[in-house]
Design a protein around this ligand. Structure first.
Ligand code: AMP
Length: 316
């Protein structure tokens, strides 16, 4: 079967391909993933394919970003499926290194830590997670070289951390943030949704429903942070199968908690919850236009697979 995409497992070979593309005047796009590719990843690959000449999708379940009690062993792996999705979305190379290729001799002695931005939200609940992310992203950028790197706003904190990393270390990388992609019923797409039973999958809808409702409240003029957070927490409490980890309102720039909604500071309402054995995250990003909120809930997969902007309001 010809998929039109080349699977590369070696660092030297990937570097050679990227160098050759740039030497002939091409631009390189990098989409870092942990595989089990879905429509969220696909949208990143398509965005890269629309602008870049060599699109590299990395598929690497990065052991150093998982805690000892987390789901490293269970994390879904399907390289053949990933190659198909990446190819259909316009990728040229799938970089799928073995753990020994990325970390010969075990975990690296050099790691990268972004201070401040990693302290709260997911960082507070997953010690060492972001150091694992920033270390592997730095390695991928060092291997690929000058490129655009595409990240989803589903992992909003990760996107901000990577932006900071690239700025602080002067990496020759342009970070591109892309919309969060949702299932038709609102649930944010995640490789970890595969862990959900039918009942848990139904219960998990409450995460997005809570955020859609928060967006509607903002549109109606609610400006009290506690009122917003309280409403989200009450939604989550309605589902016994959902065990909230955090619900926070923070500013987009520093990811510091906001006590007041001032009508001008861009902010993100972020949450994480455990549903069965899946840990799920979701968020609502809010910008302001002359005191009016512009709520970004991302996009949802429509009936023919097209992506439709999600409007604030009660979830269907
Ligand atoms: P992962 O494979 O979960 O590590 O994610 C790889 C990239 O895909 C990250 O930049 C994620 O933010 C992005 N991504 C994952 N799920 C979604 C989604 N539902 N919408 C948009 N981007 C996503």
């Amino acid at each position: 079967m010809s998929t039109g995409v080349e699977v590369v497992t070696g660092i030297a070979e990937l570097r050679r391909r990227c160098d050759a593309a740039r030497a002939s005047g091409g631009r390189v796009g990098l989409v870092p993933t942990m595989g089990a590719l879905h429509a969220g990843h696909r949208s990143l690959v398509r965005a890269a394919a629309a602008r870049d000449d060599l699109v590299v999708v990395s598929v690497f379940v990065n052991p150093i970003q998982f805690g000892p009690q987390e789901d490293l062993a269970a994390y879904p792996r399907d390289l053949a499926g990933d190659v198909r999705v990446a190819s259909e979305a316009g990728a040229h190379v799938v970089f799928a290194p073995a753990v020994e290729e990325m970390y010969p001799g075990g975990p690296p002695r050099t790691t990268v830590h972004v201070a401040g931005l990693t302290a709260r939200l997911c960082g507070a609940h997953r010690p060492g997670h972001f150091d694992g992310v920033t270390t592997v992203v730095t390695k991928l950028c060092a291997i690929v070289g000058a490129c655009r790197a595409y990240f989803g706003r589903k992992d909003f904190q990760q996107l901000r951390v990577v932006e900071q990393l690239v700025a602080d270390l002067n990496l020759p990388v342009e970070v591109v943030g892309r919309p969060l992609v949702r299932e038709p019923d609102g649930l944010a797409l995640s490789s970890r949704n595969a862990y959900l039973s039918v009942e848990e999958r139904t219960a998990a809808r409450v995460l997005s429903r809570a955020l859609f409702d928060a967006a509607a409240r903002l549109e109606e003029g609610v400006r009290d942070a506690d009122e917003l957070l309280g409403a989200v927490r009450r939604h989550l409490a309605c589902e016994p199968a959902v065990r909230p980890e955090y619900v926070e309102l923070v500013d987009v720039d520093r990811l510091e908690p906001l006590t007041a909604v001032d009508g001008s500071t861009p902010m993100v309402l972020a949450l994480a919850a455990h549903v069965g054995r899946a840990r799920l995250i979701d968020n609502l990003v809010v910008d302001w236009d002359a005191g009016r909120p512009r709520c970004d809930l991302g996009v949802r997969v429509g009936p023919s697979g097209e992506l439709q902007r999600v409007a604030p309001g009660p979830a269907s």
